[in-house]
Unconditional design. Structure first.
Length: 218
């Protein structure tokens, strides 16, 4: 049983609070001890780094429950080494929660990636989108061969997720975990808003052997 879904046009401040009450009732009807177990602690095996887009909720699209996935989200699922928020989440996930998988998940139709492909000034977010333009620059030979705008758009979404996964792998946090023998894998995925399906980009790293020498730390 699931709480009644509210149409977007009908969402109000009060309806959100009522929706919470309905959800709690439904969960307790299914499992009276659900919140006792949930409040006892968390032990998620996965860290999800995704886009802030409201259409890409990690739990729903993977058919998991609260407590199953630790989540960090930002505009266009960007991963950069100067983002202390992301690094703090990663450090806690790896060293305290001992997650076994870190997944960087982009999504086709991402507004941030689309904005990065254009030349129109958006605002302060332009500084953030510069990271995606750097991904384009790193793969400019491949990108410039694509004449279809949609194909180019989709490919940059994929490359942004792949480079994000590589940046996770190159952190001292992940490398230290691997050096200590901790079980940990890093993956790159892309979600399709049109089909609801996740595409595994077949980019998985599980050991120090996958780290480029220039980024290895000791």
């Amino acid at each position: 049983m699931c709480a009644k879904t509210i149409e977007t046009k009908d969402i109000t401040y009060d309806s959100l609070l009522q929706g919470n009450k309905d959800w709690v009732k439904d969960m307790l009807d299914i499992n009276p001890g659900y919140f006792d177990k949930l409040s006892a602690g968390q032990n998620p095996p996965v860290l999800w780094i995704g886009c802030s887009d409201s259409r890409v909720p990690a739990n729903q699209i993977t058919n998991t429950m609260p407590g199953d996935i630790f989540v960090h989200r930002n505009i266009a699922n960007v991963v950069v080494h100067t983002d202390m928020n992301m690094l703090s989440v990663l450090d806690y996930s790896v060293n305290v929660l001992k997650v076994k998988h870190v997944i960087v998940c982009g999504h086709y139709g991402c507004g941030g990636v689309k904005a990065a492909l254009g030349n129109k000034q958006v605002g302060i977010i332009d500084n953030w989108l510069r990271n995606i333009r750097d991904v384009y620059r790193m793969h400019d030979r491949e990108m410039e061969t694509m004449k279809d705008p949609e194909q180019k758009f989709d490919r940059l979404v994929e490359l942004n997720a792949i480079e994000g996964a590589a940046n996770i792998m190159n952190t001292s946090i992940v490398q230290s975990a691997w050096a200590s023998g901790q079980e940990l894998s890093v993956h790159a995925w892309v979600y399709s808003l049109k089909t609801g399906l996740i595409k595994d980009l077949k980019v998985t790293s599980s050991s120090l052997e996958d780290v480029t020498p220039a980024f290895k730390v000791s």
